[in-house]
Ligand binder design. Structure first.
Ligand SMILES: [Zn+2]
Length: 147
């Protein structure tokens, strides 16, 4: 049987509770570390929903913040007593059920394609704020050529 995605096959879950690290039995697989094929497939499909929800919310945040007359995305969180990071995560979670419904309505072939896409090895882009050293240095070196 496939490993449980929740606990990576360990049967135990470690999470943060009020700043303490708590280790508990994994409810998802009933402490066995294994799930049946249907559950494993559904978990992988819901991981696709998670990815899509994340990207939708990133787009939404960009759209809200692009309105120079608006209050900005983070204010919506402060109004609800949430830090920007938690506000973003809650909004992603809110999107997942609806996306999950759409994914479940798809054909098995479409679902398998999306799962394969979602599980491709991912190389994160460097942060856009990273200083760009190489072109600058090249310009300086050009000026130092003694002829
Ligand atoms: Zn588990």
């Amino acid at each position: 049987m496939p490993d449980c995605s929740q606990c990576q096959g360990t049967g135990r879950e470690t999470y943060d509770e009020d700043g303490r690290t708590v280790t508990d039995a994994c409810y998802h697989c009933g402490n066995t570390g294994k799930v049946d094929d249907d559950t494993a497939f559904n978990d992988r499909l819901m991981s696709v929903a998670d990815t899509l929800a994340y990207h939708q919310e990133v787009e939404h945040r960009r759209w809200v913040n692009s309105d120079s007359d608006g209050d900005g995305y983070d204010l919506g969180g402060y109004e609800n007593g949430l830090m920007p990071h938690d506000y973003f995560r809650c909004n992603v979670w809110d999107r997942i059920p609806e996306i999950g419904e759409k994914l479940r309505a798809m054909t098995l072939q479409e679902q398998e394609l999306l799962i394969a896409w979602n599980e491709l090895p991912y190389e994160p882009m460097p942060p856009q704020t990273a200083p760009i050293h190489e072109p600058l240095r090249a310009v300086i070196e050009d000026d130092n050529i003694p002829f």
